[in-house]
Design a protein around this ligand. Sequence first.
Ligand SMILES: Nc1ncnc2c1ncn2[C@@H]1O[C@H](COP(=O)(O)OP(=O)(O)OP(=O)(O)O)[C@@H](O)[C@H]1O
Length: 209
Amino acid sequence: MSSIAANLLRPVVICGPSGTGKSTLLKKLFNEFPDKFGFSISHTTRAPRPGEERGVSYHYVSRESFVELVQQDGFIEHAEFSGNMYGTSVKSVEDVKQGGKMCILDIDTQGVKLIKANHPHLDPLYVFISPPSLASLKTRLAGRGTESDHSMQARLAAAVGELEYAKSGAFDVVVVNDDLERAYAKLRRVVVDRDLEAGDQLPDFAAEQ
Ligand SMILES: Nc1ncnc2c1ncn2[C@@H]1O[C@H](COP(=O)(O)OP(=O)(O)OP(=O)(O)O)[C@@H](O)[C@H]1O
């Protein structure tokens, strides 16, 4: 792969508070460019469900091999849910690039910190999707209708921490999801055209807190 092609296929980390519109923006990107992007295939210790395919839905592994890979520092992040382990391996991200596609990683700030600390050679482009204001984030989460009061409070509290982290300059580019079409046009310029100047300024949230 030439270095120009490799640069265009650098993985892209998309991060931002819950409800900021990451899934909405990514869906638009995949619809417009169905062949350009790929997701990494996660590992799991759970058994395949009917209709799932090995190496396509997940990499299905034993708990023993999962733990071995954890010890070899082979995962970007991993977690246990209801007795099963799940993780995103470094290799699965590299495999997407080897296959000629750009890997999109939709992860939280904790995941960003882990990549920066433990796997800097992945060299992703770090993009932060910001809400225009905390008030608008609250409205969107409420409008989505998926959150209880408790979950809403937890998400808003987490959002404040994530916005603080973004303020520290951890991201290459910020895109403010105010008007969806405007934000999408910016994200496309950043991710597809690699125009890193196309981003926005991070809004000043301090006045709202
Ligand atoms: N620019 C926008 N203006 C108004 N509403 C929007 C905009 N972008 C997204 N939304 C709406 O906000 C809600 C949250 O969006 P979405 O589910 O994409 O967020 P998310 O960042 O992926 O959240 P999570 O991290 O919890 O999965 C959805 O109901 C979506 O339709």
